[in-house]
Design a protein around this ligand. Structure first.
Ligand code: FEO
Length: 398
């Protein structure tokens, strides 16, 4: 991938990771990119680096524009290693004592992470840096995605360098929204659901602040995926919608099964939900990655979870899914539990406790069937599904 000029003197010089399929537990079936941006002005600035192992692509791209030694200022918007892993190589290439701008928390985190005596400049929220014909403004964005995160905004070009926010795990030669088209929204939604959902209230506040400040944003350059230049408002509006977590008329039935009994229950419950006119999708946990499940959770109204009882507990894959889901703090959901069992049958109670811990509105009692469901058992599951579907409909009628 060659450097791409985004605006006069502003280049995308990062690296594409075509082959990554697991990003700390998130399935990245389309790979990702580690975006880095070069601004050539009276002072030349590099914003963010790449993951360790991708420095050659970065240095090669910079070298096609300018000798890396001519970079005057390094800006680190975020400490996480997919953006800072290349810092040691970059600092060595540009000069170890060139100024390294970051947030105050970034200074603390980078110092602890790298144990290097770099020439840090911890900036205040709103602080400006003149680099010649441009002014860069640093905007603190704590917890988007880490406590150190910040945006860098260039007023003259109307470019927001937004770190993780508005990103997508997507590798492609199409580097802009107008080149890739609407399909990118599915990747952006998955990214939001799995990386940012738990910070939804902060995102809403941030967007309100940005709107109140009347920043002119012509282009958004995130650190992953494509650049939003045709319609940056589209991804901002999507973030507002996703942050509000207003559910759609949709349910998912997430389950695992040992000998297909819980699976039969899942399908019967899904049928009952469907009969109430609610969109529904049964999802076998071992056929779907947890990050795909979380993307479905994002806009679902009802999360119905099924587990057989194993060793007096819930099935391990169900526990994994619920742990992951709970950490991301989905809001405004209806929850229901079900499962088959042989003799002790604790799983439904345990699943329900997890759903309650997420403050879901619980449909009680959960559905339990001993051994293999017969016709009457399946009919009771259809009825349970109808009850869930009616609860979803009543939410939509409110
Ligand atoms: Fe892409 Fe929070 O790092």
């Amino acid at each position: 991938m060659k450097p791409v000029e985004i605006s006069k003197g502003v280049y995308s010089v990062g690296a594409i990771d075509w082959n990554i399929r697991d990003f700390h537990g998130y399935s990245t079936e389309r790979g990702t990119s580690y975006n880095s941006f070069l601004i050539v002005d009276e002072k030349t600035v590099l914003i963010d680096t790449v993951k360790k192992g991708f420095e050659d692509q970065l240095i090669d791209n910079i070298s096609q524009v300018i000798d890396p030694k001519k970079i005057d200022i390094m800006i680190s918007n975020h400490t996480e290693m997919d953006h800072s892993g290349g810092l040691p190589r970059v600092m060595h290439a540009i000069g170890e004592q060139k100024p390294l701008y970051c947030s105050k928390m970034g200074f603390k985190n980078l110092s602890q992470h790298f144990r290097q005596q770099w020439n840090y400049h911890g900036v205040e929220n709103g602080e400006e840096l003149n680099i010649g014909s441009r002014n860069l403004t640093f905007l603190e964005t704590r917890m988007l995605h880490w406590p150190d995160s910040m945006f860098t905004y260039c007023k003259e070009d109307g470019i927001l360098f937004s770190s993780d926010a508005f990103g997508q795990h997507y590798a492609g030669f199409e580097m802009f929204d107008d080149a890739v088209g609407h399909t990118i929204m599915a990747h952006a939604k998955k990214y939001f659901a799995n990386i940012l959902m738990l910070y939804a209230s902060k995102i809403l506040k941030l967007v309100e602040q940005v709107q109140a400040s009347q920043l002119q944003i012509k282009t958004i350059c995130p650190d992953h995926g494509i650049i939003w230049r045709k319609d940056p408002g589209k991804i901002i509006d999507a973030y507002v919608k996703w942050s509000r977590q207003i559910p759609e008329k949709k349910a998912i039935v997430v389950y695992d099964t040992m000998w297909h009994s819980t699976e039969k229950m899942a399908n019967a419950i899904a049928e009952g939900i469907y009969l109430e006119g609610v969109a529904v999708k049964p999802i076998h946990i071992r056929s779907s990655h947890r990050s795909e499940i979380m993307t479905e959770v994002q806009d679902a109204c009802a999360i119905v979870v099924g587990s057989p009882t194993l060793n007096n507990g819930m099935f391990p894959t169900v526990a994994d899914t619920l742990t992951y889901m709970k950490g991301l703090k989905p809001q405004n959901k209806i929850g229901a539990a079900f499962g088959s069992f042989g003799w002790s049958g604790e799983s439904v109670k345990l699943v329900q406790a997890e759903l309650e811990a997420m403050k879901f509105q619980i449909i009680e009692p959960g559905a339990r069937i001993q051994y293999v469901p017969d016709d009457a058992g399946l009919a009771s599951c259809v009825a349970f599904g109808k009850q869930i579907g009616q609860a979803v409909n009543s939410r939509n009628d409110e």
